[in-house]
Design a protein around this ligand. Sequence first.
Ligand SMILES: Cc1cc2nc3c(=O)[nH]c(=O)nc-3n(C[C@H](O)[C@H](O)[C@H](O)COP(=O)(O)OP(=O)(O)OC[C@H]3O[C@@H](n4cnc5c(N)ncnc54)[C@H](O)[C@@H]3O)c2cc1C
Length: 460
Amino acid sequence: MADQDHRSLSFWHDTLPDPIEYREPLASDGQVDVAIVGAGYTGLWTAYYLKTLQPDLRIALLESEFAGFGASGRNGGWCLGFTAGIDGLLEDSAIRPRALAFQRSMFETVDEVGSVATAEGIDCHYKKGGFVNVATTGPQASALKKGLAFYRELGLGDDVHRWLEPEEALRRANVPSCRGAIYSPHCAAIHPARLARGLADCVEQKGVALYERSPVTSIEPRRVSTNHAALRADVVVRATEGYTPRIPGYGRALIPLHSMMIATEPLPEEMWKEIGLRERETFADGRRSVTYGQRTIDGRIAFGARGRYYFGSGIRDRFSPNDELFDFVHRALLSLLPMLRDVRITHRWGGALAVPRDWLPRVSFDRSSGLAFAGGYTGEGVAATNLAGRTLADLILSRDTELVRHPWVGGLSPKWEPEPLRWLGVSGVRELGNSADRFEFRSDRRPRLRGAVFDFFVRK
Ligand SMILES: Cc1cc2nc3c(=O)[nH]c(=O)nc-3n(C[C@H](O)[C@H](O)[C@H](O)COP(=O)(O)OP(=O)(O)OC[C@H]3O[C@@H](n4cnc5c(N)ncnc54)[C@H](O)[C@@H]3O)c2cc1C
């Protein structure tokens, strides 16, 4: 694949400062202490913290394409201090203190990502401007306020998030249909591919052997194999997120959902004066199809929404620019910022994220088999992968830290159903969410049954 083709993967790949050149593949058998499969943020952060804590560790990182090829190179760049599944943990009074400690670690993680980027000279356009989640219908406003009340009951106050009345919300993000918004400082905007590529260079400089174009065909206790060679390792870390179902034995561990993004041309300064987002706050609205946007450093808007599941856990890395989902994303953006109606869309892309059956990401290490993994971030992995990487490093090095006691450590999500049940269920719930959103936008009322069924399945 020529560099030009890599660049067409996403706006972020297209705007990397250096060419994307493949590193050498794994060519011969060998032995290491830790073999990590997948060079996205999970694999890279795990390698980074292992090598930082124990520099003499022999680590190999095996990547089927190139570092940052997957979700880590193409996401919305929300480095977010919350993670999927955490509300369910906080609701459970038996583990609430541990869930709150986990939540605090997630907040700190947003700063940790920025600190490491600065310390290692990774220019990933990090800006901690917080996020604004705008309510554009009455039911969205009620749902956001309910979430806020839940956090208040747990003792989390204005420093975590606070309600903005429309006037104040509009000053931050000029969404004309705004009925109020939640603002939280716990989010930074980043250029995701710069972070992934910068981390890859950084771990390599620290002595990690990074093999690209090396798809792993099997993961077994203390052994990983490609079509050409195999590595023996005391520990094998699976960090393959949306691609996991392709690995033999893991077909139903996680499902790949695709999220779709567009980027505008750079907007003139006059338009930015009208839109706001002066602190590069990331922004979203409260619809069920999950929107997310950021103001890029070169003055564009990169904006996305949750897309499709393909039968049999199929994975797509490239999409036709005519795919109707891009129209859906564009319409969603215009519904928030109608002043963009004449602005050109220059980039359209998508990628696979991973959803576990119980919507709770996991970090796990079984010392007896030497098998470790982290993943299932459900589209909220930019910061969570850093905490997962630190946690895996502590688990592997037997460090008794607070991180290894967080409630996402250990255990397995239940397996997803076999097909065609999986496709029917996932597509059905997605359609239910879209239809509930349409009803709400039309009537400004919450569709009781559809809303309740959707919330039950996605654990909102
Ligand atoms: C379009 C989109 C937008 C998103 N927006 C956000 C956001 O704004 N904020 C947020 O928090 N999260 C977001 N996410 C989710 C976030 O990007 C992911 O949770 C995170 O990047 C996961 O990192 P990872 O390293 O676990 O997985 P990935 O980055 O997917 O890395 C997995 C790597 O493993 C490699 N691999 C797979 N199989 C093999 C194999 N057999 N052998 C060798 N290598 C293999 C892949 O090529 C890939 O490079 C988004 C995701 C997408 C797709």
